[in-house]
Write a protein that binds this ligand. Structure first.
Ligand SMILES: NC(=O)c1ccc[n+]([C@@H]2O[C@H](COP(=O)([O-])OP(=O)(O)OC[C@H]3O[C@@H](n4cnc5c(N)ncnc54)[C@H](OP(=O)(O)O)[C@@H]3O)[C@@H](O)[C@H]2O)c1
Length: 262
């Protein structure tokens, strides 16, 4: 894998990344800072992780603030928006990366009421409310803004492991399209759908350790599983002017694994 080239696509911009104390969110936040953005690093419980993302950004001369909150709560989302606008005065890009993948569940037969409720609360209600509250404020800005949801290729194939996860990620397409319509033309809303990325969460999953990785690599035309930092730039591309005519869409980045359909 060649090292990605970094361009200052977000110089002078402000970017909030949710769930940026861990995994993919941390890499998106770091990449946004590498590309010149002032970054708001959101976390819920991973304070040390969020501080480590901020330290990585400071080490390259970037600027970051931390924002803590549970995206399952409308009141906390409103408070977080107040904090971001108080700190930055504006927000150009929101990346809704937070997601609950039910990673403890290895089969649809293990579904519980608790895991179903948790995934719907976080992935569906949380993403919708973040888009609603932040999108409404972006509409008031002279230059509007951009919202990128982190989906998953599970929307293409479904999930025999955790159907509630596939259902929730599919719901994100409905959220994306609805808000892309109501917030246009000032605010664009798109979904980025990565394939498997070797985040700590994935590396610790029982199925991943039991041979799933090798099977997937064999079925992936690009021949490898992406580390999260390798696709962070593609995710952020949706929020650049190069993607100015894209809204309500979704972009797959899965090494060609899901080449099905039109
Ligand atoms: N890894 C993959 O292979 C893969 C593939 C496709 C899509 N994705 C998507 O990529 C995103 C990140 O996944 P990841 O692998 O990086 O997993 P992860 O490390 O578990 O990230 C999940 C993040 O969500 C946050 N979170 C969970 N519930 C929350 C809540 N109620 N309020 C606020 N924050 C909450 C967590 O914050 P705290 O830790 O601070 O609590 C954590 O930072 C997810 O949307 C996932 O569906 C991942």
């Amino acid at each position: 894998m060649a090292e990605p080239q970094i361009f200052p696509r977000f110089a002078g911009k402000t970017v909030l990344v949710t769930g940026a104390g861990t995994g993919f969110g941390a890499e998106i936040a770091y990449r946004a800072a590498q590309e010149g953005a002032k970054v708001a690093i959101h976390y819920r419980s991973s304070k040390a992780g969020a501080e480590s993302t901020a330290a990585r950004i400071a080490a390259i001369g970037g600027e970051a603030i931390l924002v803590q909150g549970d995206i399952g709560s409308w009141a906390e989302i409103t408070r977080m928006a107040d904090e971001v606008w108080a700190a930055f005065g504006t927000l150009d890009v929101l990346v809704n990366n937070v997601g609950d993948v039910s990673s403890e569940q290895m089969s649809w037969t293990e579904l519980t009421q608790e895991s179903l409720d948790a995934v719907i609360d976080v992935d569906v209600k949380g993403t919708l409310l973040m888009t609603h509250v932040f999108g409404e404020r972006m509409l008031e800005q002279p230059n509007g803004g951009n919202i990128v949801q982190v989906g998953s290729t599970v929307i293409v194939r479904g999930s025999p492991r955790a159907p509630q996860y596939a259902a929730a990620k599919y719901a994100i397409l409905g959220i994306t399209k609805s808000y892309a319509k109501v917030l246009a033309p000032k605010v664009r809303v798109n979904t980025f759908a990565p394939g498997f990325m070797e985040t700590e969460k994935l590396l610790n999953r029982a199925d991943w350790k039991a041979g799933r990785r090798e099977t997937l690599i064999a079925q992936t035309p690009m021949g490898h599983i992406s580390p999260p930092e390798f696709v962070a730039g593609a995710c952020l591309w949706l929020a650049t002017d190069e993607a100015a005519h894209l809204t309500g869409g979704y972009l797959l980045a899965d090494g060609g694994f899901n080449m099905v359909g039109a």
